[in-house]
Unconditional design. Sequence first.
Length: 105
Amino acid sequence: FASVYPHYIRKVETKGRTKEELQQVITWLTGFDDKKLQKLIEENATFETFFKKAKLNPKAELITGVICGYRIEEIENTLTKQVRYLDKLVDELAKGKKMEKILRS
């Protein structure tokens, strides 16, 4: 996770969104506050560690569609599915979707 996070920031910022909005999306999915998120980045957390420590939002199952050529709802490996949830949220943010829709409100 820690190695991919800067790419997430770059992706959303080049599309006119902010790091704060990215962190809001990550917090919604994982329950991590800014302090915990920063600690995981500093510890160079892998996606496995990142998602083991996360309290996944119950609404995460509402994240569907295709990401990286795979339909999220058909992915069987739990970790892969969780990473794709995050990828999908970052994509939606970068594409300019309203935060209410991204956060499945």
